[in-house]
Design a protein around this ligand. Structure first.
Ligand code: NDP
Length: 288
């Protein structure tokens, strides 16, 4: 008597979506906390996004993650957008507040939490060099600016995209930003405190690839971070650690952004070590 067979539903809409690993860490977290929640990995075609959002409202889903290609398009179907997500211009997490759907972005927040908790770095007053100007770079740079970074330099293969991000940061945040042209190998300026690879270079299966840099310009007092979660130890991080720099992998960012979403949806603290362990095993690494 009194048993409930109903699950609370969350998940991800994407296309393609089959390789999204978020289910692994979220289901591990639900199991650990013994709560009746389910994370569904759902294929949604671009032309069906509006109906999919109506469907999640109808089914009273507690929230949804958005991945390729829905992060920008989804904004028009939501009731409001958090300030940072609005500045980033993309939503990767929707949470339900009574009957309203609120758009959030946890990518940059996940990076920030990992930087603070795993690398013990406070971004306030520090100088960053970010490689890349795509979705991850945009989310990370906006959160770093909101957290009080002193300077954010952006290097990107396609100059126009890098320059647009620099202009956006200078126009909308108090942080000074500048563009570094990236054709051929670049050297890391001495003034850099934290170097971040926010490109997709090195992602499985291209595990031998790394950004074209003068790696000898990495100094041991720098903190070097990668957004690539799989494999956690990229060729880029390996080169940086050989030069004595402190390194931070992208697995931490992925786990923290999932943990932030978990708390937004359930109101509960996420079991971080369980989630990290589940993902590490999934990526074929050692469990911690
Ligand atoms: P985008 O496609 O939006 O951006 C990709 C970026 O990488 C662009 O700046 C692109 O430059 C650059 N790039 C790609 N290939 C090359 C190359 N061969 N040489 C130089 N630059 C290159 O992707 P996202 O920003 O959404 O994702 C980037 C990475 O971040 C992905 O690998 C993803 O897995 C990871 N990520 C990790 C998260 C985590 O939680 N750890 C969260 C979100 C993303 P250009 O503009 O010239 O094309």
């Amino acid at each position: 008597m009194g048993h409930s067979y109903k699950s609370e539903l969350v998940g991800v809409f994407g296309h393609p979506v089959a390789e999204n690993p978020t289910i692994v860490m979220l289901e591990a977290a639900f199991k650990e906390l013994n709560i009746h929640w389910r994370y569904l990995t759902i294929e949604v075609l671009p032309q069906d996004l509006k109906e999919a959002i109506s469907g999640m409202r109808a089914m009273q889903m507690k929230g949804i993650n958005l991945t390729i290609p829905h992060k920008i398009e989804v904004i028009q179907y939501l009731d409001s957008i958090a300030e940072d997500a609005s500045l980033i211009g993309a939503v990767n997490t929707v949470r339900k507040d009574k009957d309203r759907l609120i758009g959030e972005n946890t990518d940059g927040k996940g990076f920030l939490e990992s930087l603070k908790n795993d690398a013990k770095v406070n971004p306030k007053g520090r100088n960053f060099l970010i490689l890349g100007a795509g979705g991850a770079a945009r989310a990370i740079s906006v959160e770093l600016a909101l957290a009080g970074a002193k300077q954010i330099s952006i290097a990107n293969r396609t100059a126009s995209k890098g320059q647009a991000l620099v202009k956006h940061l200078n126009d909308h945040t108090g942080t000074h930003s500048e563009f570094i042209s990236w054709d051929g190998s670049i050297s890391i300026p001495d003034t850099t405190d934290i170097l971040v690879n926010a490109t997709s270079i090195g992602l499985f299966p291209d595990v031998d690839e790394k950004p074209e840099l003068n790696y000898d310009s990495i100094r041991k007092n720098m903190v070097v971070c990668d957004v690539i979660p799989n494999p956690p130890l990229t060729a880029f991080l390996y080169e940086a650690s050989k030069r004595g720099a402190k390194t931070l992998d992208g697995l931490g960012m992925l786990v923290y952004q999932g943990a932030i979403g978990f708390k937004m949806w359930t109101g509960l603290e996420a079991p971080l070590p369980i989630m990290k362990d589940a993902l590490s095993k999934e990526f074929g690494g050692e469990s911690s």
